[in-house]
Design a protein around this ligand. Structure first.
Ligand SMILES: [Zn+2]
Length: 243
């Protein structure tokens, strides 16, 4: 039974968020990251060799091609799933990478950041989760440093669901373009989901230009989570980070 719940939850996490999984894993104690791989056999990948997040460093110059962004307004609901706050996206927004179209499913946040860049942690990181028609995943990450309030976060933050399981609907769809940097240069590496089941084979595309969020905006998010929701840094092993 437990296994079934987690499996259903795993699929649901990508598109609609996952409230049922909250009983099974967390960020501290016995259900914390050290034990994710053993909490459920579904999580075997959590002890894999290509896990996220990582400290991005020792870059390899690769002349990365531009990502083709096709983002429209489409965020129609915001949910608190007990692990993060997530904006679910209706179909119609995508990126093109490696000649494949990856549709934007949802975006969510971590505080502090999960990935580090040159040993630097940020107070907030957004993950824009995309899947292609075969279920392959691509995540665009955007870092936020503390500074001026971020206008792009305001609409979502005004509807912040305070408790696990809470969900609010937007009258006007949120546009993820509003939390994207103007400069879309990026780092790329091969990694995984940063939450159980930690599935590997995820294309990670980390924006080089960080945005700002105010101290209050960062606090508003951490207050609904009650604890940091960043998985510890994982070993880079044989991987390289392309620049
Ligand atoms: Zn994430």
């Amino acid at each position: 039974m437990k296994k079934n719940i987690i499996t259903i939850c795993t699929i649901a996490t990508l598109a609609t968020g996952c409230a049922t999984n909250s009983a099974h894993w967390g960020y501290s104690g016995d259900e914390g990251p050290k034990n994710w791989a053993t909490i459920s056999t579904d999580n075997y990948a959590c002890s894999g060799k290509n896990q996220s997040p990582i400290n991005l460093t020792h870059f390899i110059q690769a002349d990365l091609p531009s990502i083709k962004f096709n983002y429209q307004a489409g965020g129609n609901e915001i949910i608190n799933n007990g692990h993060t706050v997530q904006i679910n996206y209706q179909s119609g927004s995508s990126i093109k990478v490696d000649g494949k179209i990856f549709n934007l499913l949802q975006f969510h946040f971590h505080t502090p950041s999960e990935n580090n860049i040159n040993n630097k942690s940020f107070p907030l990181e957004a993950h824009l989760v995309h899947a292609d028609k075969n279920g392959e995943l691509a995540v665009v990450a955007v870092m936020f440093k503390e500074g001026a309030a971020n206008k792009g976060l305001e609409q979502a933050w005004a509807m912040m669901p305070k408790h696990p399981g809470d969900k609010n609907t937007f009258d006007h769809a949120v546009n993820v373009n509003n939390i994207m940097p103007l400069n879309r240069d990026y780092y790329r590496f091969n990694g995984s989901l940063t939450t159980p089941p930690c599935s590997e084979g995820v294309r990670w595309l980390v924006m080089k230009q960080a945005l700002t969020a105010s101290k209050q905006q960062i606090a508003t998010f951490s207050e609904v989570l009650h604890e940091p929701n960043n998985r510890p840094l994982q070993k880079i092993n044989a991987r390289t980070v392309l620049n």
